[in-house]
Design a protein around this ligand. Structure first.
Ligand code: HEC
Ligand code: HEC
Length: 276
């Protein structure tokens, strides 16, 4: 695998020197300091550019070999946000993607970054798009979860049919709906709807909250739409989420309940499907 063996050692050492002069915090509204950018750039060029490219255009050396392709940061379009569809992500959204990685893709977790290094690299990533200078990121309010039970799952299944999630994801959620084969992302690459029956393939994660965010903020840059405002009550929204969640847990209520209790949603055992 290109680019994953490079990690740390010398990076941490030099970055730490940069951090002695750390002042600003990404997302604080203050312009980043020169030192912050220097540290961020150092980490980015050694850790991220191999995939995302030196100019953040998603065209690093490894890019042609990867599916999905690494993100082009210059448009300011991000999939995994807590903000409205099309809006820029919050610093926390970017932090989560970077520390947890994206399941089933070449974007692996950077859990070893210190808090300061993480903030520095985010600050640097934000310089690739002017949008971060002019727009603010406001997270949506996720309503409190309603009870998870089989009645909720059954009601949710009706919403899944009514809203026509199956057009892309298939009637049984296996990612094989009638539109599945012809979808493209905003960057012009073919994209497949997720097989919703496999929790390990949910890029962002497969907790009910993860699913809520995906379904009600959409995945900007992909055909996955936002359903914000499509359902009347928070309960309807959670019913739909619970149906999908149940699918992801092998259609087993017992499994689904167990995963909720342990807060472990199959984030391990990810299949490496992303090398072309
Ligand atoms: C081995 C290749 C690789 C490396 C190295 C890599 N990434 Fe990624 N990254 C990806 C891929 C591939 C995606 C796109 C996944 C997708 O679109 O589903 C991605 C997506 C992202 C996203 C966008 C998430 C979104 O919501 O759209 C961010 C932010 C990101 N990477 C940051 C980083 C940072 C910061 C580093 C370095 C610390 C890094 N990446 C290193 C491959 C890589
Ligand atoms: C027009 C096609 C289309 C429709 C309609 C659609 N989706 Fe998607 N969905 C996609 C695509 C494409 C992806 C994969 C995006 C990616 O991998 O970057 C996706 C991804 C997802 C994911 C996985 C997110 C992750 O973390 O990887 C979930 C969950 C999801 N969709 C649920 C739904 C639900 C529920 C509905 C109906 C309310 C729905 N989708 C309707 C195209 C669609």
């Amino acid at each position: 695998m290109i680019g994953l063996q490079h990690r740390f050692g010398e990076i941490t050492m030099v970055a730490t020197i940069g951090l002695a002069l750390w002042h600003g915090i990404a997302g604080s509204g203050e312009p980043p300091t020169a030192e912050q950018l220097k540290t961020g750039r150092f980490i980015y060029e050694r850790g991220c550019a191999i995939c995302h490219g030196m100019q953040g255009k998603g065209d690093g050396l490894a890019a042609p070999y990867l599916d999905p392709r690494p993100r082009d940061f210059t448009k300011g379009e991000f999939k995994f946000r807590t903000t409205l569809n099309g809006a820029i992500p919050t610093v926390d959204d970017l932090a989560r993607t970077i520390t947890h990685g994206l399941n089933g893709t070449a974007m692996s977790p950077w859990a070893e970054l210190s808090k300061q290094d993480l903030q520095a690299v985010i600050t640097y990533v934000e310089t690739f798009s002017e949008r971060f200078k002019t727009e603010t990121a406001t997270p949506i309010k996720v309503p409190p979860e309603t009870p998870f039970n089989m009645e909720a799952v059954r009601r949710g299944q009706r919403w899944y049919t009514d809203i026509e999630c199956g057009k892309c994801h298939g009637t049984e959620g296996r990612g094989d709906g009638p539109s599945a084969a012809e979808l493209k992302d905003n960057w012009g690459f073919p994209i497949r709807p997720t097989d919703l029956t496999q929790a390990a393939l949910y890029k962002r994660g497969a907790s009910p909250t993860d699913i809520y965010l995906t379904v009600f903020t959409g995945l900007t840059g992909t055909p996955m739409p936002s359903n914000a405002g499509n359902l009347e009550k928070p309960q309807d929204e959670w019913d739909l989420v619970y149906y999908v969640y149940w699918l992801s847990q092998g259609k087993s209520f017992a499994n689904a309940q167990k995963a909720l209790r342990s807060q472990s949603f199959s984030l391990t055992g990810v299949q490496q499907t992303w090398v072309k």
